[in-house]
Design a protein around this ligand. Structure first.
Ligand code: C2O
Ligand code: CU
Ligand code: CU
Length: 473
C-alpha cells in the first residue's frame, strides 16, 4: 500500500522428494518444502522483507553478501522466535550480483542450512539487460545451488552421524536446487549459470564434460571486468560464480556440469579424514540437454564492468585461523571422549528428528579465540577502508567470510590473485599455510547489539568456534 516492494518468506517444515527413486524426507524450506524463492532485489529502491518462523525453534535469516546495517543483517543476535515474524526494511546500493540468504543462529547454522534453508538473493541494477546477457530466468539464466546430503536407510536426511563430521559435514548425494541429478533443458545459445556452492563443507571443482571451455563473468559480489575463459573453477562453501556456457550450434547434444574434485581437493588438507571418496573423484552434478534456440538469445560481452579502485588503506588487521583437531591424534583421547559425549547430547529436533550437531564447542578459533556472543572482537570506523591479512595456520583449508561488506583480494601469499578472483567477493578460500590480504570499505553501521560476523563458512567450523564479531561505528 505504501509502494514499498515487499517479499514474504515463511519458514516451515515440509517433505521433499530429493529424487524420483527416493521416499520423501522431512526438510525445512522458506516457501515450500526445501530452499526458498530467488528474490530479485532492485538496487536503489526501498524494500521490505517479512520472514515468518513456522518452526518449533528459533532461527534467523541472514542476507549473505548484502550491504545492510547490522540490525538488518540477520546475524546470530536477530533470532526469530517460533511463530514470530521479523521485518527487514532497507535499500540496497551495491552492484548487480548473485547473493544468497540462509539461517545464522549461533551454533546451529550448519543443521539449519542442511535441513533445507537457503535461497538466492539477486541484486539487479540493469546490468544484465545492458550487457545483453541471457535473460530468461530458469531457461537460459539458471540458478545452480549445489549441496551434498547424507540420507539414512529410509531416505531421511542425516546430520553429523559421526563425531568427526565436525571437520565438515559431507554427503554422498548431490542436489542441484534441491533435486538429485536434475536435467536442464536449455536452448541452443548462451547459457548463464549462477553457481552457488551451498554445501556445508564440500568444495567443488566445476568442469564441463569434454573439458569444454566456459567463461566466468561474475564473482561472489559482482561482475568481473571482462570474462575469463576457464575449464575448471574451484568454489568453496558459500562462494558464487556466474559462468556463460556456449551452447550455440549444440541443438540435440547433451553435456554435464560436474566436479573434478580429484584434481585439487585432496591436496587441500593433510588430514586423511578430511576428504572422502568424492573428494578424490570426478562426479556429475547436472545434465544439460540442448534444445532449439530461443529468441532473444544472450551474448558474451567483451567488457563487463569497470571496478573502482579502493580508497587508501587506513588500518591493517591480522587474523589467524587455527583448528584444534590437528592435535587430536596425539593427546586427543580425552578430546575425542568429550566430543562423543557432546554428540550424544546433541538435540534431535531437526526435521524428522534430525540431529542438530554439536555446535558451540571451541574446536576452531580465530586469533586463538572461539566465538562468544558476549565478546565484541573489535570496532571499526564507518566509511574507513581496511586491509585484513588472514593466515591459515590449520591443517586444512578454510573459507573466510565477512558480513556487511564486499572485499577485493589484494594478494595470495604475496602474489596477485588469479584473474577469476579479481572481482568483488565476500568469501575467500584460504589453503593451509596460505595468507590472503583483503581490502574492504565499511559502508554499513553495526552496533554492539547487532554486530557483524566474520567466520569460516564451513558451517561446522563456524558453529564450533571459528567466528568473531565486530562493530562499525
Ligand atoms: Cu553466509 Cu555469516 O554467512
Ligand atoms: Cu554473510
Ligand atoms: Cu573452516
Amino acid at each position: 500500500a505504501d509502494g514499498v516492494r515487499e517479499y514474504r518468506l515463511a519458514i516451515a517444515a515440509g517433505q521433499a522428494q530429493l529424487s524420483a527413486g527416493l521416499a520423501p524426507t522431512p526438510t525445512w524450506g522458506y516457501r515450500g518444502a526445501i530452499l526458498g524463492p530467488s528474490l530479485r532485489i532492485p538496487r536503489g529502491e526501498p524494500i521490505r522483507i517479512l520472514v515468518h518462523n513456522g518452526l518449533d525453534q528459533s532461527t534467523t535469516t541472514h542476507w549473505h553478501g548484502a550491504h545492510v546495517p547490522g540490525d538488518m543483517d540477520g546475524g546470530p543476535q536477530s533470532l526469530i522466535a517460533p511463530g514470530r515474524t521479523w521485518h527487514y526494511h532497507y535499500t540496497i546500493d551495491q552492484p548487480e550480483a548473485t547473493l544468497w540468504y540462509h539461517p545464522h543462529p549461533n551454533g546451529r547454522t550448519g543443521p539449519h542450512v542442511y535441513a533445507g534453508l537457503a535461497g538466492l538473493y539477486l541484486v539487479q541494477d540493469g546490468s544484465a539487460e545492458r550487457l545483453g546477457l541471457p535473460r530468461h530466468y530458469g531457461i537460459d539464466d539458471v540458478p545452480v545451488i549445489v549441496q551434498d546430503r547424507l540420507l539414512d536407510a529410509h531416505d531421511r536426511l542425516v546430520y553429523m552421524p559421526q563425531v568427526m563430521d565436525v571437520m565438515g559435514m559431507k554427503g554422498n548425494r548431490f542436489l542441484v536446487n534441491g533435486r538429485e541429478s536434475p536435467v536442464l533443458e536449455a536452448p541452443a545459445g548462451w547459457l548463464r549459470l549462477r553457481l552457488l556452492n551451498g554445501s556445508n563443507a564440500r568444495l567443488y571443482n566445476f568442469a564441463l564434460s569434454g573439458d569444454r571451455t566456459f567463461y566466468q563473468i561474475a564473482t561472489d559480489a559482482g561482475f568481473l571486468e571482462a570474462p575469463v575463459a576457464l575449464q575448471r573453477l574451484l568454489l568453496a562453501p558459500a562462494e558464487r560464480a556466474e559462468i556463460l556456457v556456449d551452447l550455440r550450434h549444440l541443438d540435440g547434444k547433451r553435456l554435464w556440469l560436474r566436479s573434478d574434485s580429484a584434481a585439487v581437493v585432496p591436496s587441500l588438507s593433510t588430514m586423511p579424514m578430511d576428504s572422502d571418496a568424492y573428494d578424490r573423484s570426478v562426479f556429475d552434478l547436472l545434465e544439460i540437454r540442448v534444445g532449439p534456440a530461443r529468441a532473444p538469445g544472450g551474448r558474451l560481452p567483451e567488457h563487463l564492468a569497470t571496478l573502482a579502485n579502493l580508497p587508501e588503506i587506513q588500518r591493517e588487521r591480522h587474523f589467524s585461523l587455527q583448528g584444534m583437531m590437528g592435535g587430536m591424534g596425539g593427546g586427543g583421547m580425552a578430546g575425542m571422549a568429550a566430543l562423543r559425549k557432546a554428540a550424544a547430547k546433541a538435540p534431535r529436533n531437526g526435521p524428522g528428528g534430525m540431529s542438530m550437531g554439536i555446535g558451540n564447542l571451541p574446536l576452531f578459533t580465530i586469533n586463538h579465540l572461539a566465538m562468544d556472543m558476549r565478546r565484541i572482537d573489535f570496532s571499526t570506523t564507518l566509511g574507513s577502508t581496511e586491509l585484513w591479512e588472514v593466515v591459515n595456520r590449520a591443517h586444512m583449508a578454510h573459507t573466510f567470510h565477512v558480513h556487511g561488506v564486499s572485499f577485493r583480494i589484494q594478494s595470495r601469499d604475496g602474489r596477485e590473485p588469479p584473474p577469476w578472483e579479481r572481482g568483488w567477493k565476500d568469501v575467500v578460500l584460504i589453503r593451509r599455510g596460505e595468507s590472503v590480504r583483503l581490502a574492504m570499505t565499511f559502508t554499513q553501521p553495526a552496533s554492539k547489539a547487532f554486530p557483524f560476523m566474520y567466520h569460516c563458512h564451513m558451517l561446522e567450523h563456524e558453529d564450533n568456534g571459528m567466528m568473531g564479531q565486530f562493530t562499525v561505528v
